[in-house]
Write a protein that binds this ligand. Structure first.
Ligand SMILES: NC(=O)c1ccc[n+]([C@@H]2O[C@H](COP(=O)([O-])OP(=O)(O)OC[C@H]3O[C@@H](n4cnc5c(N)ncnc54)[C@H](OP(=O)(O)O)[C@@H]3O)[C@@H](O)[C@H]2O)c1
Length: 303
């Protein structure tokens, strides 16, 4: 198929390269041109505007920061709508249900069909075709996008009408928010108690309460952090989006509101560019991470 990717950040860049590897024709646009270099080096056509990227494509995949960015790339004389023709817009960006409905209606007024296609999984999952896609909107438009979405994912859920998948995506990121905080505070408590966080993780991971995060990223949280695949700043943005969606739906979310303050504090402290699991630096006052968990002898000497 002919695919355009608008927004080749961590997620969109990996999606573009995966689609090239699957044999699709790919054009890319990124606001900051250097952000598209890796996809261009892998064989994508560089477009100068979102309209240029969209022109001649079957599907325009959008992966930008937030709803304001979606509006910036969708509308105006060089926006996607100006070049889309009959192409369908599949929006992977994490935005609220109300924002989705607004953008979908505005695009429909310009004759362009848009679906929600937020995803679970980051650039590594995209590169290996392991995303999980939550699609909603016009079912015929989802049919058009499905072959492309299937090439980056293990499953494409169909979840309802415009905006519906966004509510589920935000509920999913709420789990990420709480899991990362629970692990960060748990690791910090164990560390401050003079114990090895590796012991805590060993116990946790032998119980019903183990998760993919406690088996994987938790060890890197305790032991030196990792290169970002999803930034703390973007998760903080998503938590604000959850709170807006909660207000719109009449759903009380006191724990999310509390977490919002913690993550915003971390961004304010200059940690926004870290992987979201870097929240441990904030909750531990910079004491963690400081070395591989599980190595008690090394930790004794570092105390
Ligand atoms: N990374 C993940 O694991 C992951 C997983 C699921 C969903 N998501 C969601 O996918 C979206 C992209 O995430 P990401 O991780 O790829 O973020 P990222 O690496 O921070 O990239 C953000 C992208 O948005 C673009 N952008 C921001 N503001 C813009 C504007 N006003 N106009 C045009 N472009 C703008 C950026 O362009 P510049 O390069 O010019 O700044 C960049 O291409 C976000 O909504 C995120 O929440 C991410």
């Amino acid at each position: 198929m002919r695919a355009a990717i608008v927004g080749t950040g961590m997620l969109g860049g990996a999606v573009a390269i995966r689609l090239l590897q699957r044999g699709h024709d790919v054009s890319v646009y990124n606001r900051t041109p250097a952000g598209a270099d890796a996809a261009v080096a892998a064989g994508a056509r560089r477009a100068g505007t979102p309209a240029d990227a969209a022109r001649g494509s079957d599907v325009v995949l959008v992966a930008v920061r937030d709803a304001a960015a979606v509006r910036d790339v969708a509308f105006g004389e060089s926006g996607i709508a100006a070049g889309a023709g009959g192409a369908v817009v599949a929006d992977l960006s994490t935005i609220s249900p109300a924002e989705s409905r607004e953008v979908t209606a505005r695009l429909a007024g310009l004759g362009v069909r848009r679906i929600d296609a937020p995803v679970m999984g980051g650039p590594d999952a995209a590169a290996e075709g392991r995303l999980v896609v939550m699609a909603s909107g016009d079912m015929g438009a989802i049919d058009v996008c499905e072959p492309l979405l299937a090439d980056v994912s293990t499953r494409v859920f169909r979840l309802g009408g415009p905006g519906d998948a966004c509510a589920i995506k935000l509920a999913m990121n709420m789990q990420i928010t709480m899991l990362a905080l629970g692990l960060a505070e748990g690791i910090n408590l164990v560390d401050r108690s003079g114990l090895d966080p590796g012991l805590f993780l060993e116990v946790l991971n032998s119980t019903y309460f183990a998760t993919g995060m406690s088996r994987g990223k938790a060890y890197r949280m305790a032991g030196g952090g990792q290169d970002p695949t999803f930034t703390l700043a973007n998760l903080s943005k998503d938590i604000e989006t959850m709170l807006r969606a909660g207000r719109e739906a009449g759903a009380a979310m006191p724990t999310t509101a509390s977490a919002a303050g913690t993550y915003a504090g971390a961004v304010g402290a200059g940690l926004g560019g870290l992987d979201y699991t870097g929240i441990i630096r904030h909750v531990s006052g910079g004491r963690l991470p400081r070395g591989p968990p599980g190595d008690r002898a090394a930790r004794e000497t570092s105390k």
